[in-house]
Design a protein around this ligand. Structure first.
Ligand SMILES: CC(C)(COP(=O)(O)OP(=O)(O)OC[C@H]1O[C@@H](n2cnc3c(N)ncnc32)[C@H](O)[C@@H]1OP(=O)(O)O)[C@@H](O)C(=O)NCCC(=O)NCCS
Length: 227
């Protein structure tokens, strides 16, 4: 089922997600297709079941494989060996760091992972990006067969709406900063209703410096106005 709403049709006081859910009248979770233009495009996906579960050490072999896949390795910061992946993700998985790691599943198959964190808990990044009050998120679809099919947009929408916004309530902004050359990632964020802001240089753990584009989603406009 496809849902199109012009921006003018969104009732005052409702977010885009809430307005689309009202049109769907309970026919299933409403997912973003493309919120970059007018009309806003949503759908109810009857073919795929999207789920997120906390990452565990049992996922580290998959994570290692995913971050070494060429379409990911170009854009993802270091930590490529199994030992590095265990050292990097282990503390967060054990709840010892101010970050949450999740595995993405499509129809029961693990296809990638994502993470969220209060930017204020990471002062160096907060200083670089200038968004200390926002919630940061990062994401990877590691299985090449699942890329470029619209699934990343839907997975991120589910993640932000169902796991990020409720967990950090009240939150007014969610924020990601892809490399300025990562046009696919920038396009996905645009499809999620993000607006581009400041460019800044972000040092990577492997010595590279990425020039990244700050992208913000206004929670009240796009995702949720009310608890
Ligand atoms: C970023 C990522 C999660 C997006 O998921 P996805 O399922 O591929 O995204 P979607 O299919 O929903 O959308 C991709 C969009 O980018 C477009 N696209 C793909 N390659 C592109 C390119 N080289 N230049 C411009 N646009 C491109 C697609 O056409 C599509 O846009 P459209 O729907 O308007 O046609 C996934 O590609 C990924 O994991 N990439 C590698 C890791 C990464 O870059 N992570 C982000 C770090 S910030």
């Amino acid at each position: 089922m496809r849902i199109e709403l012009t921006r003018a049709e969104v009732p005052v006081g409702l977010s885009w997600a809430e307005a689309a859910a009202r049109v769907a009248e309970g026919r299933g979770p409403v997912l973003a297709e493309d919120l970059s233009g007018d009309p806003l495009r949503f759908s109810v996906d009857e073919e795929h079941r999207f789920a997120l579960r906390p990452m565990t050490p049992g996922d580290f072999p998959d994570v290692t494989r995913w971050v070494n896949t060429p379409h990911v390795a170009t854009w993802w910061d270091g930590n490529r060996s199994a030992e590095q992946v265990t050292a990097h993700y282990g503390p967060g998985v054990r709840g010892e760091e101010a970050v949450r790691y999740w595995i993405w599943e499509v129809n029961g198959r693990s296809v990638g992972f994502c993470q969220d964190y209060r930017i204020a808990d990471h002062p160096e990044f907060a200083l670089l990006c200038g968004r200390p009050d926002a919630i940061g998120f990062d994401y990877v679809i590691g299985e090449p067969a699942f890329v470029d099919r619209g699934l990343g947009t839907k997975l991120l929408w589910t993640f932000l709406r169902d796991l990020v916004v409720p967990a950090y309530d009240p939150v007014s902004e969610v924020f990601a900063a892809p490399d300025h050359r990562n046009t696919r990632s920038l396009r996905v964020l645009a499809k999620l209703g993000a607006r581009q802001g400041m460019w800044f240089d972000e040092p990577q753990s492997d010595g590279r410096v990425q020039t990244v584009v700050g992208c913000s989603i206004d929670v009240a406009t796009v995702l949720r106005t009310r608890p």
